[in-house]
Ligand binder design. Structure first.
Ligand SMILES: [Zn+2]
Length: 408
């Protein structure tokens, strides 16, 4: 059993201890200690980081876990320690202190959600970027409601209230009735009750700051419905809140600076830009149609006649999708016309639907039987690719086939 010094004093950033057991990993080690200042992951609070050092070795602790026996895992530098050796523990104090601020901030936020909307917190997790809580609220949550919670939570912070922890072997009935969150059957004594006078009383196994003003401030950054009854609320607190808001503002100003018009608000500038894109798209479409007209005219001028039908054979540079859009347009607008188009790795055969006596799919299948490759289509439009022949050869084969079928 490891003695948990972080419960006696959560501000203990350094302490000595003794190794009880060691497990060797690949360039890493796991240490079981007789006492620890490292908080093991649990209750939404991530595990601590830091260094455990002894004579001739250091473990750079990245993961801490275990309920009664607390194991410390991380990269090993130097020799493998042995059971019985003394060690010095040093926490990543900033990481832990910010976790304490954000965790205590969650207590306050959850308490205000409960007080204002009778909404229970069913989940909580601290992340390096921001924290996430799940709120059980079957109705519609809106920004006015959330901002009221935020305002009251920040009032609690400013009032500089103490955060008190009491430990019970057996919970007094009076206290049990006042808990924000009913005690889970799974929680075995000793039971830690964390209270902020007049605000919150709740069982909790995490680490907390001593007074609310240490949290600095709380900002809800967004919220959304997670399921029918649950809402996810994301918030930041402590120095992490400043870092988060700095990143958000950097992003905001860089985006605004990238606009042709750099005046706020950004969402109006985005609206203008979207309008511009829409207008340019329409202009592009109209120019493309005009280009198609000219291109069609040039191709028709050079068309050959086979059995009384105008046949266009054209080597195309455009990608398949664009080429197909053009060909469909071309044969639609011009009666008595067949178009055979070959690109880098495709062919498109298309005909005006009034042309009789030849199916584009049959034509393609005939060509494929000589060149290999695959494809298919309908009476009026067929596409293929993967030939063992050049685009010129494929066109030549298709023309030969057409002549055979259409010439009297
Ligand atoms: Zn807590």
């Amino acid at each position: 059993m490891t003695e948990k010094l972080f419960y006696r004093n959560p501000y203990l950033w350094e302490a000595g201890g003794t190794v009880l057991a060691v497990e060797k990993g690949n360039k890493s080690a796991k240490l079981l200690l007789d006492r620890t200042i490292f908080y093991p992951e649990g209750g939404g609070q991530p595990s601590d980081r830091g260094i455990i050092a002894g004579e001739g070795f250091r473990v750079l602790v990245e993961k801490v876990y275990g309920k009664d026996d607390v194991w410390h895992e991380g990269k090993l530098e130097g020799r493998l320690p042995e059971p019985g050796e003394p060690v010095r523990m040093v926490l990543d104090a900033e990481w832990r202190y910010e976790n304490m601020k954000n965790h205590t901030g969650q207590h306050i936020l959850s308490a205000v959600f409960k007080e204002l909307y009778d909404a229970n917190t069913t989940g909580f997790r601290i992340f390096e970027g921001c924290n996430k809580i799940e709120i059980d609220y079957p109705g519609e949550l809106d920004w006015d409601m959330v901002l009221e919670v935020e305002r009251r939570a920040n009032d609690v912070i400013r009032r500089n209230l103490p955060v008190q922890v009491e430990v019970y072997e057996e919970l007094p009935e009076e206290l049990r009735k006042n808990l924000r969150k009913a005690l889970s059957e799974r929680v075995k004594p000793p039971i830690r009750i964390v209270s902020i006078p007049g605000v919150d009383v709740t069982p909790c196994g995490g680490t907390h700051v001593r007074s609310t003003c240490e949290i600095g401030f709380i900002k809800v950054v967004r919220f959304y419905r997670k399921s029918r009854k649950l809402w996810r609320v994301e918030f930041v607190a402590g120095n992490r809140a400043l870092k988060y808001l700095k990143e958000l503002l950097d992003d905001y100003w860089r985006s605004l600076d990238g606009m042709p018009n750099k005046n706020r608000p950004l969402f109006e500038r985005v609206g203008e830009l979207r309008g511009d894109v829409k207008r340019l798209e329409a202009e592009k479409d109209s120019l493309r149609r005009e280009l198609w007209e000219w291109k069609a005219r040039a191709l028709l001028d050079n068309a050959m006649e086979i059995g009384g039908i105008r046949v266009i054979a054209h080597l195309e540079k455009a990608p398949l999708k664009d080429a197909q859009a053009f060909v469909v347009h071309l044969v639609d607008k011009n009666p008595n016309t067949v178009a055979l188009i070959a690109g880098e790795n495709y062919v498109i055969f298309a005909k005006n639907k009034g042309v009789e006596g030849i199916s584009m799919n049959d034509l393609l299948r005939e060509v494929l039987s000589k060149t290999g490759g695959g494809g298919g289509g309908s009476e009026v439009l067929a596409r293929g690719g993967g030939f063992r022949a050049s685009p010129e050869e494929v066109l030549e084969l298709a023309l030969e086939e057409l002549r055979g079928r259409l010439s009297p």
